[in-house]
Design a protein around this ligand. Sequence first.
Ligand code: SAM
Length: 291
Amino acid sequence: MQQSTGVLYVVATPIGNLGDMTDRARKVLSEVDLIAAEDTRQTLRLLTHFGISSKLVAYHDYNEAVVAPRLLAEIDAGRSVALVSDAGTPLISDPGFSLVAAARERGLSVVPVPGANAAICALSAAGLPSDRFLFVGFPPRTRSHRLAWLAELDEERGTLILYESGKRILATLVDIGEALGESRRLVLAREMTKYFETFLAGTPCELVQRLDGDAEQRLGEFVVLVAGNADAGDADRAEAERVLRILGESLPLAQAVSIAARLTGVKKNALYRLGLELNLAQGTAATDSGE
Ligand code: SAM
């Protein structure tokens, strides 16, 4: 291994199918001095499967304040540590953030060893727009908090990616319908890479009915993908248009655009295009030359 000491490796592990373990993850895990694992019993099963015998130490949300400084001291002393979670990529709805942040702050070397991640895995096969997306992790567990949390996401144009357990999937789907509207397209990615992998698509109401009538479809782990809000930004545009029209009555387009940008926060080039669409340049063409 090129660099085997004084490094914190952040190692992704499979999200169900052990065939997704990368060669590099196996190599790093077998060569490090210490593996910091969210659940040592779970990771021990993985390590045993791959014949890896590196030393394990528990690192989770409840002991990180005590364990993180010890791990940093090990790395400071020139030893290599690998951070893993129960499944997928550490830090993504999993422990590790404070360790990685502290290691970076100390100028230690932090090396990602990429692999499975449920959010990206679901996005890659859902058939919803993937050019822009927002990962938001697990929704709050109580209904009022969940509805408020979802309402804050209503204006997002990109595909939303949520994590949810089988226990709460039905309640979350009901709340998505209520907070984001029944016209949204959803994809449920269940038990990906495992035997019962299922992708279901539909409106919130259709998926609630589907899961309500089929207990098996409520079992396991879920990624919920919600199509972004295609209408978001309409209010901004309407306001920008109103302001630009008023300013355009008495000012050259460039000046109207500049003031409208300051008043509305909309980008100048978008406003300029809007001004041209609205023919605002016509009456002021002489003063606008050079735009
Ligand atoms: N760090 C992990 C990752 O990189 O995806 C996520 C850990 S988070 C504690 C666990 C959640 O991820 C599950 O409750 C579920 O929402 C999602 N998840 C993990 N594995 C999954 C799978 N095989 N199929 C669907 N969802 C999965």
